[in-house]
Design a protein around this ligand. Structure first.
Ligand code: GDP
Ligand code: MG
Length: 168
């Protein structure tokens, strides 16, 4: 029978980029136009079946680290995977996402980082896909254009992370 592996996964990024929406789309297949803002952190789990094994993701959807930055390491410490989210219509959120990637890489513990270019259903786009993709490639991140609203690439995002996580 296939082996089960569990991993902690943390979501980071500026507020209102769609972190909670991505998680709720993935775990419960719902979307809310008026998503309530998260207080502290929300914890959800989801189990994925891969080709040779089962991966259980223990997902920490954070909030407030935008304002209380010193709390952030508490969330990503011990997490082998992170999704850093930005909103393609908000340039600042992309700059902030790059800061998160740098911080995670400096911390050394988070091996698999995915950059989620969320709200790809919206216009006008302020961050060219080519630019973000090149950045992701240079920094060794998975890159995915997502829409929690229209359910574009959400399952694929989590699936790629699950595949890339070390199985031992
Ligand atoms: P968080 O603060 O990063 O957790 O962001 P939320 O998940 O609370 O989302 C903030 C707002 O953006 C909410 O009004 C969501 O409905 C909206 N939103 C989230 N994802 C998408 C998306 O992919 N497309 C569009 N059009 N809106 C989104
Ligand atoms: Mg939230």
């Amino acid at each position: 029978e296939p082996k089960t592996y569990s991993y902690k996964l943390v979501l980071l990024g500026e507020s209102a980029v769609g972190k909670s929406s991505l998680v709720l789309r993935f775990v419960r297949n719902v979307f809310c136009e008026y998503q309530e803002s998260t207080i502290g952190a929300a914890y959800l789990t989801k189990t994925l079946t891969l080709k040779d094994c089962i991966v259980k993701l223990e997902i920490w959807d954070t909030a407030g680290q935008e304002r209380y930055h010193s709390l952030a390491p508490m969330y990503y410490r011990g997490a082998p995977a992170a999704i850093v989210v930005y909103d393609i219509t908000n340039r600042d959120s992309f700059e902030r996402a790059k800061d998160w990637v740098r911080e995670l890489q400096k911390s050394g513990g988070v091996g698999v980082i995915a950059l989620a270019a969320n709200k790809c259903d919206l216009e006008p786009r302020r961050v060219p896909a080519s630019e973000a993709e090149a950045y992701a490639e240079d920094s060794g991140c998975i890159y995915m254009e997502t829409s929690a609203k229209n359910n574009i690439n959400v399952a694929e995002l989590f699936q790629q992370i699950a595949i890339k996580l070390p199985k031992q």
